[in-house]
Design a protein around this ligand. Structure first.
Ligand code: AMP
Ligand code: MG
Length: 520
């Protein structure tokens, strides 16, 4: 029996590009182009997710087979699989960019699983009609980052595409990592990733921009039939779809803010119609709490995709989706009210999330001020976001202030404090302690609840960079260690205590740790 029982639901349901030659072009006639993955010269499987393999009905022996390596490296295409690259457009950094599409992603087809239909996609498996002037390839560096982060996000209980495997291709790829005129060869890789669908906001925008309402409707009907089946046949189902996407997107961003994740490239082509985190490029994790921080060097001038701006950008992206769907919805007021309502809903959900982060199970009007004050102090006093919340859980209702401060010390990036800052910190800690005293719960129960939402271990940028540097030298130990660590981010893992630490000083200015470009 074949390793994967592929179905071709997307390609069987929707028209494709009749032109089968593989060269960069505008594709006006179909939703996808059939394309064969590139043959790697010497593929080697570096790591895989047992979890995702199991979801796809694969046993451990399947994953270790040559047949598996063939499929996930692009070396072989299984009978029944019809590989294709999808056509989509998008707004990049606030501007309409026209057709983008899967320039280096190739879908192999769908598999039926206990979690519904899942699409398997190879990232970095060669040129497609959407590659524009690029090469369709991916390097080990960025593939490690996507592998580790997408799995880490899943285990943090945040909606995300998953990673099945990471393969070295044996080929070299030329990249100008900092876009500064110094290209160098890097190891090529292919990541296989998995999601119910890779349809993006930009998948709709492209047909709206081309004023092709027939295609727009076809894709909407497909999306509803396969991914929002509860809406099939209901009144105003396109509007309802938009509303559902807005809710999922809002929830996803609240989750990002909870753990300090900065996506880095929230272009509309990187927004999943399923509200999953997708396309891990120059993303980053907050070390010290700084709402202005963006990990993406390309984003530096305007900091459009900075941590604190993610909700506003999500709303802006939804506005672009609404514009695209308008011809089929035609209800301006209803769309406007969903988009305008996004801000209020976000604040409500964000506040509720922060309450849980703080271990507050009841809601009080004054909590919003407390939350704002804590955020201000974290920013002003240069405090580590992850460590602070994890240690905050250990504060008790009757702990003296000096003890609270020394308990939190591992989260501080500064050794010496201006007296005004120290006062602010003390004030906010005392206010917090007063507030938890009003809760009808024990210190230990609160700690337990807080630890379920405040991760102990996140994928700090310097951590992936260390794993990348070792992997470049052929040592995959750290890659595996971090993968193991991040599968249980909320649990104490004493053997990995060294990863519960602030960003080291050396990482502050280092490429890959504090600065990342889109080059991947
Ligand atoms: P991203 O910013 O990674 O979401 O990519 C934006 C667009 O560029 C998408 O259409 C990608 O498919 C395409 N792209 C990115 N990197 C490459 C590459 N190495 N080769 C071909 N297309 C690429
Ligand atoms: Mg993308």
């Amino acid at each position: 029996m074949s390793l994967f029982q592929f179905q071709n639901i997307f390609t069987d349901s929707l028209p494709g590009d009749p032109q089968e030659d593989n060269y960069p072009r505008q594709v006006h006639t179909g939703f996808y182009s059939k394309v064969e993955p590139r043959h790697p010269s010497a593929p080697v499987l570096l790591i895989h997710s047992e979890d995702v393999a199991r979801l796809l009905n694969l046993g451990e022996e399947d994953v270790l087979s040559d047949a598996f390596l063939d499929v996930v490296s692009g070396k072989g295409v299984l009978p029944g699989s019809v590989p294709y690259a999808m056509c989509y457009g998008g707004h990049q950094f606030g501007h309409w960019a026209g057709q983008l599409g899967d320039g280096r992603a190739i879908n192999l087809g769908e598999i039926s699983t206990i979690e519904g239909m899942q699409t398997i996609q190879l990232k970095g498996a060669g040129l497609t009609p959407y590659s524009r002037t690029a090469d369709g390839l991916a390097v080990l560096r960025s593939s490690i980052r996507e592998f580790l982060c997408s799995e880490a996000m899943h285990h943090l209980h945040i909606p995300t595409t998953r990673a099945l495997s990471l393969v070295l291709t044996g080929d070299e790829v030329l990249r100008d990592m900092l876009y500064d005129g110094h290209p160098a060869y890097e190891k090529g890789a292919v990541l296989s990733r998995v999601a119910p669908s890779f349809i993006r906001f930009g998948s709709f925008e492209i047909w709206a921009a081309r004023k092709d309402e027939v295609k727009l409707k076809q894709l909407l009907d497909y999306t509803i039939a396969h991914h929002y089946p509860e809406l099939v046949g209901t009144e105003a189902c396109y509007l309802k779809l938009f509303e559902a996407v807005a809710i999922k997107t809002c929830d996803m961003v609240v989750d990002w803010q909870r753990v300090g994740f900065v996506h880095g490239v929230m272009n509309t082509d990187n927004m999943s119609i399923l509200g999953q985190t997708i396309d891990y490029g120059p993303y980053g994790w907050l070390d010290n709490y700084d709402p202005n921080w963006t990990p993406n060097t390309t984003d530096m001038p305007g900091r459009r995709y900075r941590f604190g701006n993610q909700p506003i950008i999500a709303q802006w992206n939804l506005l672009q989706l609404a514009n695209a769907l308008y011809p089929l919805i035609q209800d301006l007021e209803a769309l406007k009210s969903i988009i305008e309502g996004f801000s209020g809903q976000y604040i409500e959900k964000y506040t509720a999330m922060m309450r849980v982060k703080l271990g507050l199970m009841t809601a009080m009007e004054s909590d919003k001020t407390l939350i704002k004050n804590i955020e201000q102090v974290l920013h002003l006093c240069n405090v580590d976001y992850t460590i602070f919340f994890r240690l905050l859980a250990k504060i008790t209702k009757d702990m003296p202030i000096s003890e609270m401060k020394s308990l939190l010390e591992p989260a501080f990036y500064e050794d010496e404090w201006l007296p005004e800052k120290e006062q602010l910190l003390e004030d906010v800690l005392m206010a917090y302690q007063k507030r938890i005293a009003l809760e009808d719960t024990t210190d230990s129960l609160r700690q337990q609840q807080m630890n379920e939402v405040n991760p102990k271990y996140v994928l700090r940028n310097y951590m992936s960079q260390l794993a990348i540097e070792a992997a470049d030298l052929g040592d995959y130990g750290l890659l595996h260690e971090l993968f193991t660590l991040l599968k249980r981010p909320y649990e104490e893992q004493p053997q990995y205590e060294r990863w519960f630490a602030k960003r080291p000083d050396w990482a502050l200015e280092k490429v890959g740790c504090s600065m990342l470009s889109c080059s991947s």
